[in-house]
Design a protein around this ligand. Structure first.
Ligand code: ADP
Ligand code: MG
Length: 545
């Protein structure tokens, strides 16, 4: 009993705002099940009535017709609601997994591919086989219960035969449960792998061409393709095993009913109408029993996907006691910060203090840890460092990320553009006036892009047309339009020519904000604009005179 309640809770939890509709669909389904059993029962009773009294028989005929019509109407409603339910549920699930996914701060290609595969393949299966499946299972159970009552009224011996064989049929998928669940989860894994390779190859098509990588790339992709077929074959084999067992039992059941039924009639223990009812209902529940076996099997099969969905749709709980930054940022202090990956020390005991309104320069050789340090200040990705980083005296991890990013704008080394218009790429839905947008682009010498890409979405082809410097300036514009209190800039002028690079660096240093500028090479002319200069070397931050 507890198990059933836990299961129901799990379903309701995952149904979200679809709960009401789900219950309604279930109700229609159960009524439909009842009517489906009622028609054959009435037909048997009608035959028995005719053999006794023609008038009573005719009355039963009228009743039979009315119930029959009602059954047709309900079957249509039942099918319609089932389809609506599946459509709504898929929509909700896509919404929920994307919502969680979009909260993550850095997402690897592999994750993106497996997300794609989950949305395109696993969510539809999960909806059909788990959510739809549960309703169908309950409907089948009701058909079986109603039929049992009806058949018992004909003859207990026949009811016993029908139900014991049906019980055996139901046990079939249980026996296959572990095997089929594993097969389904393996299948989903290899599909995700296939998509990972696919995305990485498609994204690098230029490299494939210019490095003659075709042959090897095809081989790798085909290898994943073969694995998909292999896992699908195992999956089908499991399903076929269940099907062959159930068909065998089904035929045996009909044979037994006929033999025992004929004997009972000849012994005068049952009317012919009774056998008509049992034969029809046995036929009818043959479907539910068999279907039920499949449904249970299919539902077990997708349980690993449900677990994956639950993980994927669970919103990441931010630190429970979030601190909201209400005042302007006065300082960001870093004390003895050490960061290691797999035992390799990337940042080594960094201590520094960044004060509002000041400009900071961090230079250093490539690979010295500059971007990693900037990532920690920007709270992006893995932030499992030792030591402390505080903002206005609050531990960075405890500060609500929304309130932090309202004041701090990081601009990363690799500018990333979305498949959206230029304006959308810069404003990102923030309530910023058109004037500020245009003025910022003017400052960055990007005005000409407004006319060139007016209202156009930036396709991968257009993005390739943009120079590295243009993309970097778009990324800068994204930060500048919201007039942040702190800029965290990682090599943001590296792709610009020297005169542009100087102009833009100067522009940023004159912004009314704290600027932490990380760059590989510094411009000697602008050194005087910095309040403090650091050198990153082998993960250590040294003050540079
Ligand atoms: P910089 O920006 O100064 O060029 P980075 O901070 O990007 O240097 O990287 C510093 C060093 O740490 C590099 O050797 C880099 O390969 C390594 N590194 C950074 N992040 C990781 C990571 N997640 N896993 C392994 N190595 C990393
Ligand atoms: Mg770097």
């Amino acid at each position: 009993m507890m198990k059933v309640i836990t299961k129901m809770k799990r379903i309701l939890n995952n149904l979200d705002r679809n709960r009401g509709f789900y219950v309604l669909t279930l109700l229609v389904g159960v009524i439909f099940s009842g009517i489906s059993v009622l028609t054959p029962t009435i037909s048997g009773a009608m035959i028995t009535a005719y053999s006794n009294d023609a008038a009573a028989g005719r009355r039963m005929l009228v009743l039979y017709l009315i119930v029959g019509l009602f059954q047709i109407a309900l079957s249509l409603l039942d099918a319609y609601m089932g389809k609506q339910l599946s459509l709504r549920q898929k929509q909700i699930m896509r919404y929920r997994v994307f919502k969680t996914f979009s909260q993550k701060d850095s997402i690897g290609r592999e994750k993106i591919a497996s997300f794609n595969s989950f949305v395109n393949n696993d969510i539809p299966s999960l909806v059909e086989q788990f959510f739809g499946g549960t309703i169908d299972i309950i409907k089948c159970i009701f058909i079986l219960i109603f039929s049992a009552i009806s058949m018992l009224s004909a003859h207990w011996a026949l009811a016993l035969i029908v139900f014991s064989v049906s019980g055996l049929i139901l046990l079939c998928p249980k026996a296959m449960r572990t095997k089929s669940g594993k097969a389904r989860s393996d299948y989903s894994d290899v599909l995700g792998k296939y998509n990972t390779y696919l995305q990485s190859f498609l994204g690098g098509s230029r490299i494939i061409k210019s490095y003659n990588y075709y042959h090897r790339a095809n081989e790798i992709q085909e290898n994943a393709n073969v694995q998909i077929a292999e896992k699908e074959r195992t999956l089908i084999r499991c399903q076929m095993n269940v099907q062959s067992m159930t068909s065998f039992l089904q035929v045996g059941k009909t044979l037994l009913i006929m033999i025992v039924g004929v004997i009972l009639i000849s012994l005068g223990q049952m009317k012919i109408g009774g056998l008509v009812i049992v034969v029809q209902l046995a036929q009818m529940i043959a479907a539910p029993a068999e279907v039920l076996a499949y449904l249970i099997h299919a539902r077990n099969e997708v349980l690993p996907l449900l677990e994956r969905y639950e993980t994927m749709s669970t919103e990441m709980s931010d630190v429970s006691e979030e601190i909201i930054l209400r005042d302007k940022i006065e300082s960001i202090s870093v004390a003895n910060v050490t960061y290691e990956v797999d035992g390799i020390r990337i940042l080594d005991g960094i201590t520094a203090s960044f004060i509002a309104g000041n400009n900071y320069l961090i230079t250093g050789e490539s690979g010295s840890g500059k971007s990693t340090f900037m990532r920690l200040l920007a709270r992006i990705g893995d932030i499992s460092y030792s030591g402390s980083i505080t903002c206005n005296g609050n531990a960075l991890e405890k500060i609500s990320s929304t309130s932090y990013y309202q004041r701090v704008c990081p601009v990363f080394q690799e500018p990333y553009l979305f498949h959206a218009t230029l304006e959308e790429n810069i404003l990102l839905g923030r309530p910023i006036s058109k004037d500020v947008y245009i003025a910022t682009l003017k400052k960055l010498n990007l005005e000409y892009l407004i006319d060139r890409y007016q209202g156009q979405e930036l396709t991968p082809e257009i993005m390739e047309q943009l120079s590295g410097g243009e993309r970097q300036r778009v990324a800068l514009a994204r930060a500048m339009v919201c007039k942040p209190e702190v800029y965290l800039l990682d090599e943001v002028t590296s792709s610009l020519d020297s005169s542009n690079s100087e102009a833009i660096e100067e522009l940023l240093l004159h912004e009314e904000a704290m600027v932490v500028h990380i760059c590989h090479k510094c411009n000697p002319k602008l050194l005087s604009l910095y309040d403090r200069k650091y050198l990153m070397s082998g993960g250590r931050l040294l003050v540079n005179k």
